[in-house]
Design a protein around this ligand. Structure first.
Ligand code: FES
Length: 106
């Protein structure tokens, strides 16, 4: 397990455990209120799992695919140095301590 630090849409901080090898989406969609919708279930087709990863952690993530980037660039609050679709981020031991904010609902 890896620990992640999450600020939800209400500005409330959460400390969550994420399973290494699984998608970052999984623990985030368990959050009550202020959580991601993940409407497509992780198929990289909805962008409702948009998060802003703190810059120092963003640099440690594998690069986004063209499909992910295309969806992100279509969101109103896209931030090229922080935006990711959490369904496309696979948790690793190196991401223990990851910090992120859930993007506003669109
Ligand atoms: S859950 Fe739909 S794009 Fe991530």
């Amino acid at each position: 397990m890896a620990t992640i630090y999450v600020k939800d849409r209400d500005g409330v901080d959460h400390v969550l455990e994420a399973e290494v090898g699984a998608s970052l989406m999984e623990p985030l969609r368990e959050l009550d209120g202020g959580a991601i919708e993940a409407l497509c279930g992780g198929m990289c087709s909805c962008a409702t799992c948009h998060v802003f990863v703190v810059s120092e952690w963003y640099a440690k993530l594998p690069a986004a695919t063209d499909d992910e980037l295309e969806l992100l660039e279509g969101t109103e609050c896209f931030n090229e140095s922080q935006s990711r679709l959490c369904c496309q981020v696979k948790m690793t031991d190196e991401l223990d301590g990851l910090q992120l904010t859930i993007a506003p609902e669109e």
